[in-house]
Design a protein around this ligand. Sequence first.
Ligand SMILES: Nc1ncnc2c1ncn2[C@@H]1O[C@H](COP(=O)(O)OP(=O)(O)OP(=O)(O)O)[C@@H](O)[C@H]1O
Length: 314
Amino acid sequence: MNAVEVENLTKNYRGNPRAAVDGISFEVRHGEVFGMLGPNGAGKTTTVGVLTTRVRPSGGRVVVEGVDVLREPTRARQVLAVVPQRTNLDRSLSIRQVLQCHAAYHAVPRAERRRRADELLERMGLADRAGDRTDGLSGGQAQRVMIARALMHEPRVLFLDEPSGGLDPQSRLFVHERVAELRERGVTVVLTTHQMDEAAKLCDRVAILDHGKVLALDTPGALVRELPGSNTLTLALDSAEGAAAAALAAVETVERVEELPGGRVRLYTSHDPGEVLPTVVKALAGHDLTLAGVEFARLGLEDVFLRLTGRELR
Ligand SMILES: Nc1ncnc2c1ncn2[C@@H]1O[C@H](COP(=O)(O)OP(=O)(O)OP(=O)(O)O)[C@@H](O)[C@H]1O
């Protein structure tokens, strides 16, 4: 059994002829950090909404920790938790009260509520603010309170919607460390994000969604490796000469040549760039230019994302 199983999930909103989610299937394994990436309107929020009992699907089946979410939403809410993108804390309560009320709702006994609140306040760097009301918190602090609240009933799957949207680098790093810690503790984490570096850093596997469909699903490394020409060599040439680009394009191991400003040329290759370089140097011989520098790089998840979903604004 997986932590999350989604089978042929479909959602059509009334008045919207296009399916928000169009028959998707995927699994999230126990204990992994799973990322859902996609442009605005791709269907991520709707999918997470169904998984967390907040959106009624038009068709399909979703199971979280063995619980059929549509048939047993109350049981499902015991095994999962959601941290929304926007703050939804009760402004009249203190931080400690927020945590304890949430645990009381989930029928956690009183002494255990107190113990868990103390532990989570400490872990989330909120111990000295426990008595403060939530209406005066910064975005980063509110986010930490929402994560602590979500963990009060010890969910086995945690859904994080844009966990570091709008946070400063320190808060972002803090959230990343807590996600890594949850993974160590065996909690399954499903996160949606627009930040490719975050996904590449935190996620064991990612699904890239667009127009309600899963376009790709794999580890970030594998997705990048599958991209044709995923290694680049950027050559600094001391004089720009179109003929050089033509000569370089003829090199068998070079898949694409891109001319950049300032006499630089970028070569894309699926081969080891160290092996490609001697052939490149050879191809340049006979042209009236010298190679002033070479930079090796590897394409990233963002390149995979743009290749799959296009460059147009949504
Ligand atoms: N309540 C609703 N009524 C009608 N259409 C909706 C509703 N909610 C979402 N949609 C539509 O469903 C599609 C998927 O939206 P969804 O919010 O799931 O995408 P998303 O990937 O989460 O986008 P974002 O990154 O902007 O949060 C979009 O075309 C959106 O306009």
